[in-house]
Write a protein that binds this ligand. Structure first.
Ligand SMILES: [Zn+2]
Ligand SMILES: [Zn+2]
Ligand SMILES: [Zn+2]
Length: 143
């Protein structure tokens, strides 16, 4: 896994801002989340590291990232927990195929912040759209 020095500084800064100590593994983990383009399960994260790290270390760091707000945990259709980065400033919404379970990520937000009277302060939201992905539509129109 190669990362240019500027990128490393960015990740170091990010960890510092979130009051997390800087480790090589954490930087690699942030990079993995940044380049994933999709929410990832713990299993998929393990695979990205080609089993070079132990599960406990991975889980501990994922937990720390979640607690600090660097990543979010989500569940779609009763699947296992998936994790997605929140640090890049992108607002991801998800399109989930009812047929094959494929998840597409879209960086478009048309949801206005809610007006609350309770004083609740919203920091982000999750939106899921369910339907049929393009290839499942093709598949169904063939039969
Ligand atoms: Zn969240
Ligand atoms: Zn599908
Ligand atoms: Zn949104």
């Amino acid at each position: 896994m190669t990362t240019d020095p500027q990128h490393i500084t960015y990740f170091q800064e990010l960890l510092r801002e979130h009051e997390l100590s800087i480790t090589t593994f954490r930087i690699q983990l942030l990079k993995t989340f940044e380049s994933a383009g999709l929410p990832l399960s713990a299993q998929q994260l393990m695979e990205k590291f080609q089993q070079k790290i132990d599960k406990v270390t991975l889980y501990r760091n994922v937990e720390a990232f979640e607690r600090s707000g660097l990543i979010c945990r989500m569940y779609f259709n009763g699947q296992e927990a998936l994790y997605e980065e929140r640090f890049s400033g992108h607002l991801y919404h998800h399109l989930i195929c009812n047929h094959c379970g494929k998840i597409e990520q879209i960086d478009v937000c048309a949801v206005p912040p809610p007006q609350t009277e309770s004083g609740f302060q919203v920091d982000h939201h999750h939106v899921e759209y369910y339907g049929l992905c393009f290839s499942c539509q093709q598949l169904m129109s063939q039969t």
